[in-house]
Design a protein around this ligand. Structure first.
Ligand SMILES: C[S@@+](CC[C@H](N)C(=O)[O-])C[C@H]1O[C@@H](n2cnc3c(N)ncnc32)[C@H](O)[C@@H]1O
Length: 203
């Protein structure tokens, strides 16, 4: 798995572009800056964007090549981010410390994805927000029709509204929808996709 991501990120171009995710941008507009965590952050487009807004940014990903690209992007925008190369089970942040956690296409393995969500929410302060966008289970036929839109081809790695409600059952739901959207993110998210968008506040 790690080899796949390192290979993808070792190209000159950014796999998901240098521009941050649109849902993240619109969600951050409504939130005062604070301390934010970006799990599975790849080449850093979202983390760097948050840093340009003044957030205190932490990120991690299993890919060394992802971190190199993220550092290049951070340097380009003259911001700094704390980016660790690690898998979630190798990381331990202090509990209850983040004001927000942004899960943008953080597709963890099928066997661990719900456990990952549980661990991550323990790092969020009470009242803190989760901002989430990732492919839904209904994405699979769209991906088969157009592989350029990307996303996992394993149904169990994709998400449903019910799974998100269950994984984040101690959250107030501010927004939870499944949308079919047009993606134009770099080389690897191009075309029509079905996504879950969620913003929730930890009770
Ligand atoms: C589709 S990419 C998304 C990258 C980034 N969030 C973005 O939107 O540009 C998924 C990322 O998840 C990372 N990943 C998957 N499982 C992981 C795990 N258990 N620990 C750390 N990173 C993981 C991969 O290395 C990859 O960079």
């Amino acid at each position: 798995m790690k080899e796949k991501w390192n290979e993808r990120y070792s190209q000159v171009d950014f796999a998901y572009g240098e521009t941050s995710n649109e849902f993240l941008r619109s969600s951050l507009k409504h939130i005062p800056v604070g301390k934010i965590l970006f799990p599975a952050e790849g080449e850093g487009r979202n983390a760097v964007y948050a840093a340009t807004l003044g957030w205190d940014v932490f990120a991690f990903d299993m890919s060394e090549e992802g971190k190199k690209k993220a550092q290049l992007l951070a340097d380009k925008h003259q911001v700094s981010i704390d980016y660790q190369v690690a898998e979630l089970d190798q990381i331990s942040y202090e509990q209850d410390q983040f004001d927000a956690i942004a899960l943008i296409y953080a597709h963890f393995s099928a066997a661990t994805k719900s456990d990952c969500h549980r661990v991550l929410q323990s790092y969020l302060k009470q009242g803190g927000l989760v901002i989430f966008e990732a492919f839904s289970k209904n994405h699979l036929p769209l991906r088969r029709n157009n592989p350029s839109v990307g996303g996992p081809d394993d149904l169990d790695m994709l998400f449903s509204i019910e799974e998100i409600k269950s994984d984040f059952d101690n959250f107030e739901i501010i927004q939870l929808r499944e949308n079919v959207i047009e993606l134009n993110e770099g080389l690897c998210h191009v075309g029509t996709g079905s996504v879950i968008r969620f913003v929730g506040r930890k009770k």
